[in-house]
Design a protein. Structure first.
Length: 225
């Protein structure tokens, strides 16, 4: 993974949370109010997925000769992502309540709006079809693809300012992480000074509409390229 080509000083991996109770129940849980509730944390299969992801991350760190004191875990405040991050931290033998692990609100799930909240996840394709048509328009009362990318850019800027030469694991959700990968992929091809400017240049419909190409399974770990 060559992340220097997008102007950042750290190396990044993304991890979608393990299989959650909402995943098992086929529910959309996307509001902050609902997302932080403990009843929406990981299902047992998701805990196992998170543990495997942690072991894979640890192996990749060893292969890259990265010491654990250079590792940072930044995670969404939702219960399913916090649970995932906590499991990974345990695998790495990192204290979860120490500065190496940081909750970041801007990494939260995409809010799909009141029409879809706590409804069947079979509705997701309707939203993704809207993204392809106009990524600047979200579902009623919810976030557009561009809205999500805007706050992800803020999160990345914060991480770049706070950490130098670190290995950062970003633990988040399906839509935000595929959007982050999508924009990173585009940013590598942009001419600009630094990550923030390249992100901004990538916030165009032709890029934002294509985020589904970078979809992740639950518990899937991937280097950010």
């Amino acid at each position: 993974m060559d992340s220097s080509s997008v102007g950042n000083t750290n190396r990044y991996w993304v991890l979608r949370h393990g299989k959650s109770i909402p995943n098992e129940r086929g529910l959309v849980v996307s509001s902050m109010e609902n997302g932080v509730l403990p009843e929406y944390q990981l299902a047992p299969d998701g805990v196992a997925q998170a543990r495997l992801a942690g072991e894979s991350f640890l192996q990749q760190l060893k292969e890259s000769n990265i010491e654990l004191d250079k590792v940072r875990i930044c995670y969404s405040p939702f219960s399913r992502t916090t649970h995932t991050a906590r499991v990974v931290a345990k695998v790495l033998n990192l204290p979860f309540d120490a500065p190496q692990c940081k909750m970041m609100e801007d990494l939260r799930e995409r809010y799909f709006g009141p029409t879809f909240e706590l409804k069947s996840h079979d509705k997701y394709p309707e939203i993704w079809a809207l993204d392809e048509k106009d990524p600047f328009m979200g579902p009623e009362g919810g976030e557009s693809a561009d809205d999500v990318v805007s706050r992800l850019a803020t999160a990345m800027k914060s991480m770049e300012a706070e950490y130098q030469r670190c290995a950062i694991l970003v633990v988040s959700h399906g839509d935000p992480l595929q959007m982050l990968q999508n924009v990173f992929h585009s940013a590598k091809q942009q001419e600009g000074d630094g990550l923030a400017e390249k992100f901004q240049l990538s916030r165009v419909a032709s890029v934002l509409s294509q985020h589904r190409k970078f979809a992740l399974l639950t518990g899937e770990l991937r280097p950010l390229i």
